[in-house]
Design a protein around this ligand. Structure first.
Ligand code: PMT
Length: 410
């Protein structure tokens, strides 16, 4: 599944050192199925050749408002009419000022005024420039007028300083493009996702854990965000979480329970992709347990609270989606959990299959419904599985319909 299939993205590239990253961004957008038309400012051409973009996109990178020779004064209007998304990345302080002021003195700025599609900017500049009131006010103006802002990141900048100003990670920019173009069918829906494998400490250096990487849960969190949801991710995974969502880091099943319990009331949908320990050591040793080569070690374990079953007993309007990681009798075991935990949907994965379950970038799942019906999905990337799950959840009874969703504070 290519998320930007059939979409035309106008990519404005400005003159900053991050312009070289726009080449990789082009490649990612094309990989997602988009037709990418690059428009370069004069400054951008000092940093990177139009030829690079022409080769990557299969379209000549446009640089001039008037073509030399047979000039066509309608170019920017044609471009604007064809665009599904207008993205400026990297956006310099200069372009932000021009966009905020409504200036139209080159192909990029004239096109910006002519587009009616969603618009995004991804600024990149020196930390002090970015912090300047003029830049911040221009960004605020653009945001107020409906522009999406993909905020820069903190880090080492090309100018030798460290701070906020580095172009956002390309994955984040692509995610923002997907969100701008997504149907918005989850807009104002509050989605709570759990991810990763909990760790139950034995002593200060060891724990009982499992192989969950968190990829499935993270894919769900990002997919829900792309579709307009307000997402809270409770994660036990050490992977960096998607930056767009609210993140609560936990380690143990007890911490996950506390985090989920506190968020449950305000959630519309709960997606429980985390692999939660079923047992934990009764006691945690204060110091590292010493090895006695002659004797084994007997661990005394006690059950943890089954978070999902607990939520199932408490739920009112919430839609509860569980995951079943099985190694045998997939459907029978998963159905049992669906019923016992009072779920609205169960995602069953046979974690013994290659390309399914723990750690992999793909998953093979069967969606089980309370009425006994099921939908088998082929092997798909975890982001694709995530979107298919959201498609299914959207059609469940009780899914908050547009117009009935509570307005929430930004
Ligand atoms: O993280 P990845 O590497 O991407 O791998 C994805 C995954 C294999 C972890 C994921 O697809 C998956 O199957 N997650 C559920 C794993 C699991 O714990 O399955 P289970 O059958 O033991 O539990 C059933 C459900 O009850 C799960 O939704 C689980 O979150 C929940 N549960 C279990 C125990 C417990 N104490 N509390 C719970 O809430």
């Amino acid at each position: 599944m290519k998320f930007l299939e059939g979409k035309t993205v106008l990519l404005g590239v400005c003159g900053g050192i991050a312009a070289y990253k726009a080449a990789e961004l082009c490649r990612l957008l094309v990989q997602e199925g988009a037709t990418v038309q690059v428009i370069m400012t004069a400054g951008a051409r000092e940093f990177i050749s139009p030829l690079t973009f022409s080769v990557l996109t299969g379209q000549p990178a446009l640089t001039e408002i008037f073509k030399p020779g047979g000039e066509d004064p309608l170019t920017h209007i044609d471009l604007a009419d064809r665009a599904d998304l207008f993205l400026v990345a990297p956006a310099t302080a200069n372009i932000l000022a021009k966009l905020a002021a409504g200036l139209a003195d080159d192909l990029l700025t004239t096109t910006a005024l002519a587009v009616t599609c969603p618009t995004l900017v991804a600024p990149a500049m020196n930390v002090n420039m970015y912090a300047k009131a003029a830049v911040q006010e221009n960004l605020a103006t653009l945001e107020r007028r409906g522009w999406g802002i993909v905020e820069p990141e903190e880090g080492f900048l090309a100018c030798g300083t460290t701070g906020k100003g580095r172009l956002a990670g390309l994955e984040r920019i692509v995610a923002a493009c997907r969100r701008a173009l997504a149907p918005g069918d989850y807009r104002d829906v509050a989605v709570l996702v759990t991810a990763g494998g909990t760790r139950e400490p034995l002593d200060p250096v060891r724990y009982i854990g499992n192989y969950s990487s968190g990829k499935m849960g993270y894919a769900l969190a990002r997919a829900a965000w792309e579709r307009g949801a307000r997402v809270t991710l409770v994660t036990a995974s050490p992977l960096p979480p998607p930056p767009e969502v609210e993140v609560i880091r936990v380690q143990t099943a007890a911490e996950m329970l506390a985090a989920v319990e506190g968020r449950f009331e305000g959630s519309d949908i709960v997606l429980k992709a985390a692999a939660v320990a079923d047992f934990r050591p009764v006691a945690q040793a204060a110091n590292k347990i010493k090895k006695d080569a002659k004797q084994g070690l007997n661990l005394e374990l006690e059950p943890t609270v089954d978070i999902l079953a607990y939520l199932g007993r408490r739920k009112k309007r919430q839609i509860l989606v569980g995951f079943a990681a099985e190694t045998q009798d997939l459907l029978a075991n998963a159905r049992q959990k669906l019923q016992n935990k009072h779920l609205d949907l169960m995602v069953a994965n046979d974690v013994t299959r290659p390309g399914a379950g723990f750690g992999s970038d793909t998953n093979i799942v069967t969606l089980l419904y309370p009425d006994g019906s099921k939908e088998e999905l082929p092997r798909l990337s975890k982001p694709e599985v995530a979107h298919r799950i959201l498609d299914a959840v959207k059609n469940l009874p009780g899914f908050p319909k547009k117009g009935t969703r509570p307005e929430r504070e930004e």
